[in-house]
Design a protein around this ligand. Structure first.
Ligand SMILES: Cc1cc2nc3c(=O)[nH]c(=O)nc-3n(C[C@H](O)[C@H](O)[C@H](O)COP(=O)(O)O)c2cc1C
Length: 287
């Protein structure tokens, strides 16, 4: 690395350390000579965006980002992820109307749906006159993983050009309706929607569980999970306290309301319990 490049990487390395400190509450030393620091800064600085400027996202740019996203790795090169661009604003508004508490869906200059496609592979077997003895859970799982990789890669591509995104798994609360609206065939199911636009505000870093909780070495370490969660709750509350407590009428007001209290309350309600039935109805076999 030249002296000039090294000079340029100083602030990037410092910025990366700062972002990781904010995210994980720990200092991770960053080698100033590392290549790709600008990309790591962008990845570490990820944040969801739910407010957008009233400025369109050019169709060509969206297509370019789709191409970059679909360059993600694919299990066995099976290519089981598809993307659907909702260009019809009436359709986007109809999807938004299903999810009243997320007005950012209607406001988003662009809206996409990421699909897990388990249709193409069995079709190829038929086209090539071959047996297909793999109609089981793995077909659904592989397609879902591919689709998630494409979604994550789209987020990175969008961030690289300055766009902001918000994935919307809430469309799966209305999986059958969305599937009908988008004419999804057998064995094609929605993974998530995605709001895309030019951010109206910079947004903020959401702290994550400490690496001691989520990065295991040689064997899964379950010894101190509760302590790790407590420590994270306190670190996160100090930086980003919740504005309101969920389901107060059911659980009362907590003296300390941390992430784990919020997630425990969120998942004390049955959520999307009919999704398995929907996936089966779409023709996936999950055994
Ligand atoms: C698969 C997936 C589905 C999500 N679904 C929704 C959603 O339905 N509505 C929403 O407002 N945010 C949704 N989000 C955004 C998350 O709430 C957000 O990523 C999380 O709070 C962490 O914030 P961060 O992305 O800024 O780190 C989703 C994120 C992912 C990855």
């Amino acid at each position: 690395m030249t002296i000039h490049q090294r000079g340029a990487s100083e602030p990037l390395a410092a910025r990366l350390e700062e972002l990781l400190q904010e995210r994980f509450g720990a200092s991770l030393p960053v080698d100033r000579d590392l290549d790709g620091l600008a990309e790591l800064v962008r990845i570490a600085g990820h944040r969801v965006h739910r407010r957008f400027l009233p400025r369109p996202v050019a169709p060509d740019l969206l297509r370019l980002l789709c191409a970059c996203a679909l360059s993600a790795p694919s299990k066995s090169d099976l290519q089981q992820a598809d993307m659907l661009i909702v260009r019809d604003k009436d359709k986007q508004r109809a999807i938004a109307a299903l999810i009243a508490d997320m007005p950012w869906i209607a406001d988003a200059p662009a809206f996409l749906v990421f699909l897990a496609d388990g249709r193409r592979l069995p079709l190829i077997a038929r086209l090539r006159d071959k047996p297909f003895p793999n109609d089981h859970l793995d077909l659904f799982f592989n397609a879902t993983v591919d689709s998630a990789l494409v979604l994550a890669t789209f987020l990175r591509a969008a961030a690289a050009v300055g766009l902001g995104c918000c994935p919307i798994s809430a469309i799966r609360d209305h999986a059958q309706t969305v599937s009908d609206m988008l004419a999804l065939p057998e064995r094609v199911v929605p993974l998530a929607g995605l709001c895309v636009g030019w951010p109206a505000e910079s947004g903020g870093i959401t702290p994550r569980l400490g690496l001691e909780a989520t990065v295991h070495e040689d064997r899964y370490d379950s010894a101190s999970t509760a302590e790790h969660i407590d420590a994270y709750d306190r670190r996160r509350a100090a930086r980003r306290p919740y504005a309101r407590q969920r389901a107060r009428e059911r659980f009362g007001a907590a003296a300390f309301y941390g992430w784990s209290e919020d997630k425990a309350r969120q998942y004390a309600e049955p959520l999307r319990a009919d999704f398995g039935a929907f996936v089966r109805r779409k023709g996936f076999r999950l055994d």
